[in-house]
Design a protein around this ligand. Structure first.
Ligand SMILES: Nc1ncnc2c1ncn2[C@@H]1O[C@H](COP(=O)(O)OP(=O)(O)OP(=O)(O)O)[C@@H](O)[C@H]1O
Ligand SMILES: [Mg+2]
Length: 410
């Protein structure tokens, strides 16, 4: 069954590929109707490395989502990530024509285009241009300048860009299945739609989505996106470290991490061990709990240290995060990760997942699905503002932009 108010979020993640089908209701609420999720193959560090295999996984995830929701998936909103994605802030300025009395819609388009008149590497494409603030004749904090009197309009934007072919490969994976990609959305921007509320964005918040192969982040201050990016580090690195350090096969190291691991040091009894049972193909083994936790701790600390340095190297907003840090993604389930983040960033830390959503409870409660669920909220926000078909027409007009020019998403 195909319905007009149905949206599908698709994440081609390093650990899992998932499609979430959601319904937007007339009162503005959202309901998750069904989820399709399969283990990921052909993806490394959030990017496709084996096109055919990844495409097959996408096909399976979509088929499962269709079964569970009784919806035929014709199009999706796609989460994209990868360490090739970069961002920066830029201001656009335009003079309002002398013969024009008040600021018009077309001036907003012009100021947006002016902000995008910056050089990015030739192999890159713009993904988002997210509005931060307008200024009319120097007046700060203007939310909507249309209809105001003014001679000069400025606007600050957060601009996200990445390597064109890598983004296109993810899109082609979906198109190969005769499914349209309505928009490609940078993954942490999608997660933030459902993990953070307006109040937290206004107070200032850092969202960290730690998955299998990447750590995506986005910083909001005064309700606007100020920083975003991706580190090519995630839970797979922890599993690899355990596998190498304790000489265990990857599958066993993964199980040990998920079932017994913690990032807290000094909590174990002297000589305390974890006994790995004899199971199919694996002989039994004992590992020291403190050694296991030390391996996990070191990798997670390295990730947080790196992220902190990266945030400080750009404009440092860490002192403006009144709401603190919100960790989501599969690795948010690691025991004690909030304590370690608090120690490194010296800020309050919350383990977070999608908020205020109805429908399949197990999906909403699963932090691994934050990005895919967030895509549905993103889709809803866009379609409440503009009818379907508007995005593709906009893209035809502005080929430099792969994605959407976000005036109304924050
Ligand atoms: N209960 C748990 N405890 C610890 N780690 C967990 C738990 N559950 C899942 N993980 C880890 O979370 C990671 C997968 O998270 P997620 O599904 O968010 O990644 P992904 O979206 O597929 O990857 P990416 O976004 O990096 O491309 C894996 O490393 C997995 O080991
Ligand atoms: Mg992910």
């Amino acid at each position: 069954m195909a319905r007009a108010n149905i949206f599908v979020g698709l994440e081609i993640g390093t650990s899992k590929i998932c499609a979430v089908v959601g319904e937007s209701r007339t009162d503005g609420s959202l309901r998750i109707l069904g989820v399709g999720q399969v283990p990921s193959r052909g993806v490394r560090k959030g990017e496709i490395v084996d096109f055919e295999t990844a495409t097959q996984c996408v096909k399976d995830a979509i088929a499962e989502a269709e079964d569970k929701s009784d919806v035929t998936v014709g199009s999706v909103f796609l989460a994209i990530t990868g360490s090739h994605i970069s961002s920066f802030n830029n201001r656009g300025s335009v003079m309002i024509p002398e013969d024009q009395e008040e600021i018009e819609d077309s001036d907003l388009d012009n100021v947006r285009a002016a902000a995008a008149e910056v050089s990015i590497p030739s192999q890159n494409a713009f993904i988002h241009s997210i509005l931060q603030h307008y200024y009319v004749d120097g007046q700060e904090g203007v939310l909507n300048p249309v209809g105001m009197l003014g001679r000069k309009l400025d606007a600050d934007f957060h601009i996200v860009h990445g390597i064109r072919t890598r983004i296109q490969n993810a899109i082609r994976c979906v198109k190969e299945l005769d499914v349209e990609v309505e928009d490609a959305v940078f993954s942490p921007l999608a997660s933030a739609q459902v993990v953070l509320d307006h109040h937290q964005k206004n107070l200032g918040a850092l969202l960290i989505d730690i998955g299998g192969g990447t750590t995506d982040y986005i910083v909001y201050v005064d309700g606007a996106v100020k920083q975003s990016g991706t580190l090519a580090l995630g839970g797979d690195h922890i599993t690899n470290d355990i596998s190498m350090g304790l000489r265990l096969p990857i599958a066993r190291a993964e199980k040990l991490k998920v079932e017994e691991g913690s990032v807290i040091l000094g909590n174990c009894l002297p000589g305390e061990t974890v006994v790995l049972q004899d199971e199919s193909g694996f002989v039994g083994k004992e590992v020291e709990r403190e050694t296991l936790n030390t391996i996990i701790h070191m990798r997670v600390r390295e990730t947080f240290d790196l992220l902190k340095r990266k945030l400080q190297q750009q404009d440092n907003y860490l002192d403006y995060l009144g709401a603190g840090i919100f960790i989501t993604g599969g690795c948010s389930l690691l025991k004690g990760i909030d304590h370690l983040a608090g120690e490194v960033f010296e800020l309050p830390v919350h383990i977070a997942r999608a908020q205020s959503m109805a429908g399949v409870k197990s999906a909403i409660e699963n932090p691994q699905l934050a990005a895919a669920i967030g895509l549905i909220k993103y889709a809803q926000a866009i379609h409440m503002d503009k009818p379907r078909g508007w995005i593709s027409r906009l893209k035809q007009k502005l080929p430099r932009f792969l994605g959407l020019l976000l005036f109304f998403i924050s």
